[in-house]
Design a protein around this ligand. Structure first.
Ligand code: NAD
Length: 429
């Protein structure tokens, strides 16, 4: 029995929330965050778990567990994506919700932080079943979400179609006279259903805007620069495609189906089409298959992790042979991985800054819905550019001021904003 228990313990996934806590404590110590505010921010406000039944295509009933963690709403309504993935659990959602609070705070957008999801493997279900699961989850969450209270968006394995089903379910369960006021209950909707131009590419676009700023600071040219991308879904494929016009060269990509390499260059547009048709990067005809370790060891100028958490760790960080890690994913680097990257002199644009373009354009979508407006793509892109570059400079200046790494600086910038707000308002009663 003891041996089995030990093996089970070893197999347990590293706690993502422990990473957030370590990052938070490091920043709070350096900036000497007010002890009371530190206590407030070190716990999420609300944690909602719903277990709900769904009738499958064959008539069977299956039970699902759904999560929504609302970390903090000092700056505005809770905001954050929904993820459908087998690894979704309370620890992961708690961590992702906390990162959302910091992200909104750095970008100076009037949102708090939340995240949610369903523990499931979506590829196992038909489209009809996915719709029913989504609708039943929305129903189970009830008034725990709302257009002025908590606003979901897409994340891993969710997209604009899922957002449309959530919107329709939420509106259908509202009193008729309130329905027209609630279209901003989700962002990342299809354009026809109230979405914003530019939201689909927003996170990848933000990643590229922050990389551009880094190149200016480092006198580095993107023309001819090589990059590798882990995760070729929404964030990874958009970042890859948007770097192409700069003359940069994608040499390797990895997703759940495998990893591929072509040192002469992989066309991100063609690879995206291949992923849409076949479901992943594997078997892309114009590249050779490689293993995970070879992918991580591929020499390049820029690595864009855009998949899941804990990819750059004490085991894998020493493999990297890059100048910059631009974190499209949330939490791709754990604290051990971070220390190794620092000792290797690899720069990091941290997740809560690098991938903030998504939540910034979600905010624009929300504003357009509230004002019954529809902005041109150029307007969305320009406004996002200004916000994310301002956030980038805020983090860069904070890193200089505190002589610290960029992740810690990003935390300090976010926590300073929240600290000011708490001090101004005080604590009720
Ligand atoms: P997605 O579902 O569109 O794509 C996820 C990608 O990761 C897929 O290509 C998948 O195959 C790959 N992947 C999954 N497991 C993997 C593994 N073990 N190894 C390698 N690749 C793996 O999701 P997305 O929306 O692109 O999100 C990716 C990351 O970006 C997540 O960390 C998410 O939280 C973060 N993020 C997304 C947004 C957004 O607007 N969608 C915003 C901010 C941050």
């Amino acid at each position: 029995m003891a041996v089995i228990a030990q093996k089970k313990k070893k197999a347990k996934r590293a706690s993502v929330y422990a990473n957030v806590t370590a990052q938070f404590n490091k920043a709070a110590d350096i900036m000497e965050l007010d002890a009371d505010i530190r206590r407030i921010l070190s716990k999420p406000n609300n944690e909602i778990i719903v277990n709900f039944p769904v009738k499958m295509d064959d008539g069977r009933i299956e039970m699902f567990s759904g999560y929504r963690v609302q970390h903090n709403n000092a700056l505005g309504p809770y905001k954050g994506g929904l993820r459908f993935h087998p690894a979704v659990d309370i620890d992961e959602v708690r961590a992702l919700a906390t990162w959302m609070t910091w992200k909104s705070a750095i970008a100076y957008i009037p949102y708090g932080g939340a995240k949610g999801g369903i523990q499931m493997e979506p590829s196992k279900y038909s489209s009809e079943e996915l719709e029913k699961i989504t609708r039943r989850f929305t129903f189970a969450l009830g008034n725990n979400i709302g257009p002025e209270y908590d606003i979901p968006a897409p994340d891993v394995n969710t997209n604009s179609q899922i957002m449309a089903w959530i919107l329709d379910t939420f509106l259908s369960t509202m009193p008729p006279h309130e329905r027209q006021r609630c279209i901003h209950v989700v962002t990342g909707k299809p354009i026809e259903s109230g979405g914003s131009l530019g939201r689909d590419k927003a996170t990848g676009q933000g990643v590229v805007f922050t990389i551009e700023e880094w190149t200016k600071d480092n006198n580095f040219g993107l023309k001819g620069a090589t990059y590798i991308v882990q995760g070729f879904g929404n964030v990874g494929s958009w970042a890859a495609r948007l770097l192409k016009p700069h003359g940069s060269i994608l040499t390797a990509a990895e997703d759940i189906t495998g990893a591929i390499l072509n040192s002469k260059g992989i066309d991100p547009e063609k690879l995206t089409e291949h992923v849409w048709e076949s479901g992943g990067v594997a078997n892309y005809p114009d590249a050779e298959p490689i293993c995970h370790e070879t992918f991580m060891r591929t020499k390049a100028d820029i690595f864009i992790p855009a998949a899941l958490e804990n990819q750059i760790t004490k085991e894998t960080a020493p493999f990297l042979d890059v100048r910059l890690v631009a974190e499209g994913a949330n939490g791709p680097t754990d604290p051990n991985g971070d220390s190794i990257l620092q000792s290797m002199g690899i720069d990091v644009i941290p997740d809560i800054l690098c991938n903030a373009g998504g939540v910034i354009v979600s905010y624009f979508e929300w504003l357009q819905n509230k004002r019954s407006e529809f902005w041109e793509l150029e307007e969305v892109d320009n406004k996002m550019y200004k916000k994310i570059v301002t956030a980038y400079k805020r983090v860069r200046d904070t890193a200089k001021k505190y002589n610290t790494d960029w992740r810690t600086a990003a935390y300090i910038a976010a926590l300073s904003h929240l600290e000011t707000v708490y001090k101004e308002r005080g604590i009720f009663p």
